[in-house]
Design a protein around this ligand. Structure first.
Ligand SMILES: Nc1nc2c(ncn2[C@@H]2O[C@H](COP(=O)(O)OP(=O)(O)O)[C@@H](O)[C@H]2O)c(=O)[nH]1
Ligand SMILES: [Mg+2]
Length: 380
């Protein structure tokens, strides 16, 4: 039987590494296909929404001529990128091959199916050809939701799109293509264009549309893979904390004094690992694992003290039932304080982009103590 003080930083780090792998596996994978002519801004769009991780893995795996597959290092996102094929004969051959891939993937687990396609058109091309329209129709016939994206669209200081872009979007809409959501064209710009004063815009709307077309089972993978909607990450992470906190409450029912930590610590580490996965915090876990180890122990003094009190109460004759209730509440409060503090840490890592251990430790401890004070009265 263990109390928190019996866990070393190394134990915790090792446990974290294992739980992190489980959390990743549990998330599954979101697969996106992206089409459009060379130079429309496909790679730029992917990088703007999913970070540099995808590109960083280096060359994609060639799937067929003209189609490459890129995978997130954690495997939570796959991108089929149509590297530089144009419509026409080459497009037809890609479509034929794509059809085979899609037909095959229907019998495969959800993780291996293509969940949506972004069809990109650069506004400044000012034209949308019949061959492109038939490509979109064929894609939709294969059962893939097609989201239509107009790229590199200038916007002025008052928020108006370039008139030619609006005209092109209206033209595409007038063709009544089988788009998802119905008849929508997304106007975007993925790189700030200082020369024209165009900021990044339209990416959140595009991401929302992508979520709308995604099966519920891959929402968490998509939430984790994207970098631009922190609110979504926070909502998912909050659910994880609430779930862990509810399980911690149940540990109070364990009639054996002092056994809590043996159950509770793995449960809390699993929670922390799941949150890290949602925030896409470094998959090279060793640094993060060490951090988790030291943070958990930093909060451990308080934690062990409270457990001890609630656990000791159980050995008092007649004290068992109330002590169990107290113990569960204490466990739930500790767990949620830990979870919310870790969410703050993950947000910081994501925004700052690096891990300064001393800084994060101070932040975690402050958040943990703040929430513990609050959490003890209502563990939420
Ligand atoms: N201003 C601006 N430039 C972009 C945007 N997207 C792409 N570009 C530029 O267009 C060129 C082609 O982009 P890239 O993403 O490689 O296109 P891909 O061939 O479709 O993958 C690059 O020089 C990008 O910097 C955008 O949203 N805004
Ligand atoms: Mg590219």
């Amino acid at each position: 039987m263990k109390i928190m003080a019996d866990f070393t930083s190394k134990d915790i780090a090792a446990m974290y590494t294992a739980k992190r792998a489980e959390a990743v596996a549990e998330l599954g994978r979101y697969n996106l296909a992206i089409f459009g002519k060379t130079g429309t801004g496909k790679s730029t769009l992917i990088n703007a929404i999913f970070g540099q991780n995808i590109a960083k893995t280096g060359m994609g795996k060639p799937v067929t001529a003209g189609l490459e597959y890129f995978e997130h290092p954690d495997g939570i996102l796959g991108v089929y990128d149509s590297q530089g094929f144009e419509t026409g004969v080459a497009g037809d051959s890609v479509l034929a091959q794509l059809e085979t891939i899609i037909t095959d993937s229907r019998n495969k687990p959800l993780n291996q199916q293509i969940h949506a396609a972004w069809y990109t058109l650069r506004w400044s091309d000012r034209r949308f050809e019949q061959s492109q329209a038939s490509f979109v129709r064929r894609l939709a016939e294969l059962g893939i939701p097609v989201i239509f994206v107009l790229t590199q669209v200038p916007i002025n200081a008052t928020g108006e799109y370039h008139a030619d872009a609006v005209e092109l979007a209206e033209y595409v809409e007038s063709m009544l293509l089988p788009l998802s959501p119905a008849n929508s064209v997304y106007l975007t710009n993925a790189l700030p264009d200082d020369f024209h004063g165009t900021p990044v815009h339209g990416l959140n709307e595009l991401l929302d549309a992508t979520f709308e077309t995604a099966p519920e089972a891959v929402h968490n993978a998509l939430t984790a893979a994207q970098y631009i909607d922190l609110e979504r990450k926070k909502r998912s992470a909050t659910k994880i904390v609430k779930g862990a906190s509810a399980s911690a409450l149940a540990t109070g029912a364990t009639p054996i004094p002092f056994s809590d930590a043996a159950i509770l610590v793995p449960l809390q580490i699993a929670m922390i690992a799941r949150i890290s996965t949602i925030y896409n915090v470094s998959s090279s876990t060793s640094q993060t694992a060490t951090l988790v180890g030291s943070l958990m122990l930093a909060s451990g003094a308080t934690t062990a003290g409270r457990w001890l009190v609630s656990s000791l109460l159980r050995v008092v004759p007649g004290g068992q039932i109330p002590a169990m209730a107290i113990s569960g509440t204490v466990a739930a409060g500790l767990t949620s304080a830990m979870g919310y503090a870790w969410i703050e840490v993950c947000e910081r890592i994501l925004i700052v982009g690096s891990i300064d251990e001393a800084d994060l430790k101070e932040m975690f401890t402050a958040e943990f103590n703040k929430r513990l004070g609050r959490g003890m009265s209502s563990h939420d």
